[in-house]
Design a protein around this ligand. Structure first.
Ligand code: HEM
Length: 394
């Protein structure tokens, strides 16, 4: 057995495999990933907290499956993301993180709640009469995509263009694709970069009240042009994809556990327990900067390491009976699904706000939500867990 993203069991339910690794091989070498994998909670938390030995530099550039032809097509963008905040170490990280954090103040985040609530209500006004839908395609994504677009400053007319490009990008860099498909996705990705580039140029001329204008105003003093383009493109990815994935996973879990709708007082805890048990992020990659010996195994300097937060969230030494869903589990928020340490997700508060608001509005408007019979399917990706479809009725 290995971390094989092309097999269904691995994405849907790898927990027996992960438990065996935690007990027997806490530092596991995955042939499939060509990386060492840490699976114990304490080791993962310690590694996240130790950026001097576990480097983020280049760790997100998961372009290992790209063909020569695709690389040539991408040119200088083959290693795109090389200056994205999650992909660099201090001192660059300290500077970039300071700039990004300016846009994620508690006040700025809570100001988005009302807008997000309205987006959910409007969507439900539209779909409610149909009596059923695919939760993923028809409900889960739209409010987050629209909220992120408004936050970034993408005009409404361009939203669907951006959404489809972001999807292509995700496929190209984060899951293995056949050679011909890679080229199509690479072209799509290049037009997306071009678009973001033009958005930055237009805000430089005519600033508005949005993230792009704020970051563009820092070009020259704190940030470079490339850093701003990478930040914007990746935050669009973060907002468009992770939150809807987490919401889909959470709704499926709550329906299966027969805990729908969630009483309002239990929503914050339910959001954490859903993240813990069905996290949308499965882990983060790091590079070992020195030889690191752990539990008798030496990870050589230069090796790639996967910190499996999915395994950490199911570590029975921290979360008793980890496969059981406990809606008010006391320490559910100790999960590491938002990472930990200096790279802790800058959008965590915004993500939590969206998940809580969505569960509240959906529970109130669709109290009789039920699953349609039939199997559910997951996307094949090593870094993210998300459903491809989730047919429901009400
Ligand atoms: C449920 C939703 C989300 C999950 C599960 C998630 C997960 C993560 C994780 C695991 C990291 C750490 C990566 C690492 O250490 O290598 C991270 C970082 C980051 N996230 Fe999120 N995220 C979510 C939502 C968001 C949102 C909504 C945004 C922005 C709108 C966002 C923006 C970022 C950024 C910019 C970083 C890099 C921070 C740094 O390197 O200092 N995320 N996220």
């Amino acid at each position: 057995m290995d971390f094989d993203v092309s097999s269904d069991w691995h994405v849907a339910s790898p927990y027996d495999f992960l438990r065996t690794l935690r007990h027997e091989q806490p530092v596991f070498f995955s042939e499939h990933l060509d990386a060492y994998v840490l699976t114990r909670y304490d080791d993962i938390r310690a590694a996240y907290g130790d950026h001097r030995r576990f480097s983020s530099k280049g760790s997100l550039t998961i372009s290992r499956s790209l063909t020569e032809e695709t690389r040539a097509r991408l040119g200088e963008h083959g290693s795109f993301l090389s200056s994205f905040v999650a992909n660099v170490d201090p001192p660059d990280h300290t500077r970039l993180r300071r700039s990004v954090s300016r846009a994620f103040t508690p006040r700025a985040v809570s100001a988005l709640e009302q807008r997000f609530r309205e987006l959910n209500e409007q969507l439900l006004d539209r779909v409610l009469p149909s009596g059923g839908a695919d939760f993923i395609a028809d409900i889960g994504h739209e409010p987050s995509v629209k909220l992120t677009a408004a936050f970034i400053g993408v005009p409404e007319a361009d939203e669907s263009f951006v959404q489809s490009r972001v999807k292509d990008w995700f496929q190209l860099f984060l899951s293995p694709q056949p050679a011909a498909r890679q080229l199509e996705l690479a072209d799509s990705f290049l037009t997306y970069l071009d678009y973001v580039d033009r958005l930055v140029a237009s805000r430089a001329k005519d600033p508005q009240d949005d993230f792009t204008s704020l970051m563009t105003s820092l070009i020259g003093s704190e940030l470079s042009h490339r850093e701003v383009v990478e930040l914007i493109s990746t935050i669009l990815l973060g907002g468009n994809d992770t939150v809807p994935n987490q919401l889909g996973n959470s709704v499926l879990r709550l329906l299966r556990e027969d805990t729908w709708p969630v009483p309002e007082a239990l929503i914050p805890g339910a959001v954490e327990e859903c993240m813990r048990i069905d996290g949308a992020s499965l882990g983060s990659f790091r590079y070992a900067l020195t030889d690191i010996t752990l539990h008798g195994t030496t990870i050589p300097a230069g090796a790639l390491v996967l910190l499996s937060t999915d395994s950490a969230a199911h570590d029975e030494t921290v979360f008793p009976e980890p496969e059981r869903f406990v809606i008010d589990r006391q320490n559910a928020d100790a999960h590491l699904v938002f990472g930990y340490g200096i790279h802790f997700c800058v959008g965590a508060a915004l993500g939590r706000l969206q998940l809580r608001t969505a569960l509240e509005v959906l529970g109130r408007r669709l109290p009789y939500l039920s699953l349609d019979p039939g199997p559910v399917t997951y996307r094949k990706s090593i870094v993210g867990r998300g459903l491809t479809t989730l047919p429901v009725h009400w």
